[in-house]
Design a protein around this ligand. Sequence first.
Ligand code: UD1
Length: 427
Amino acid sequence: MDKFRICGGRALHGTVKISGAKNSALPAMAAALLTDEPVTLHNIPKVRDIITMGRLLAFMSATVSTPEFPAESYTIESKSLNDAVAPYELVKTMRASILTLGPAIARSGVAHVSLPGGCAIGARPVDLHLAALEKMGAQIATEHGYIQARVPNGGGLKGAHIVFEKITVTGTENILMAAALAEGVTILENAAREPEITDLIHLLRKMGADIQGDDTSILRIRGVSKLHGAVHGVIPDRIEAGTFLVAGAITGGEITVANCQPAHLGAVLTKLETTGVHVDTVNPCTLRVHAAKKLVASDVTTEEYPGFATDMQAQYMALATQAEGTSVITETIFENRFLHASEMIRMGANLSVDGRRAVVRGPAHLSGTTVQASDLRASAGLVLAALVAEGETVIDRVYHIDRGYEGIVEKLQDLGADIERLHFPTS
Ligand code: UD1
């Protein structure tokens, strides 16, 4: 149970290199289950969720090889996929394990994946994934905590016209992968448009899939009988990039954010400009954030891409505590994603939460104390708050942040932050 100790008050300066996107790497790894040939992936972030996905794929009889561990490159070879089981012990630590369902049933006609439970930020059902697979001909039962999916009579999935009731990122990815090997044409309407979906389409196309509709909410997939191996580098992590942009802004420093994809950060950049933060595009993959003369409050509503990402909401809340005026933050994607708010209040933030709306009044004088991380992005919000708080903050349960931020302590230290990891070995 590691903790972070952070002494706030230092302006951050320097260059940070953004890692590959966890949320692109996870579906890309799952996509390797669709073929018996090797799939090599580069720019994989060294984070815990990737290790979990690697273990899960190995459990499902894939060979997962890396030059060193953890690594930036993985080769995954899934020669055969027998009655694949994704066990609860692995699934419970990472909801994205559900991404193995679509590829497994498409490839072998049968899949058993533990039902992901709810998580701190909301119930997060997978009903839309299951309904879509049923439309494609799968019979699905949920028994003893497991999803048992099977195509009857030893057949394969069939293309279908699927209209998602709600936009779902991993749901779109699961069905894209399943449809790539299904017989006939699948149309996905109201599909998610996140850059991670487009990245998955690029990989699937390299593997031989026939997909049209990149970056739109209507995807048309003509299934093929076999997919082959491929080599693919995943896109940079837009949420990590956004987090470091806020780190520069909140500490009044100047940070060069290298190896990012500015086009994926549109809503965040627009919001930062509105709050008085200036961000320059240095070159097509580098941004530089400058301290604002004065941070000004601004409302934000989380939305599906290309709107403002729910995964940046906690970080924005930290920034809003330092902005002059009142910022109303509305969370529309998850029903319980303000767990960081009560911890920020303990640090001195002037904010209140009413259902899906948080009202933040600033600027507030934050002071260090002991706080608990509740989920991945909430942890990032607390780190940012701690970077401006007076004195020492200890953040407990940082295993949440280790799930998705590669080397965050080292990256912040390189920018001049006073941060260290405190190790508490579990007995
Ligand atoms: C993905 C991201 C996560 C991000 C989220 C929203 C990955 C691995 N994770 O999560 O970081 O915060 O998108 O951008 O890419 N829903 C249903 N039924 C379903 C599926 C979803 O009701 O079958 C609801 C969810 O409870 C939620 C909303 O739809 O309220 C969006 O969820 P979804 O896009 O599916 O999130 P994830 O794919 O789990």
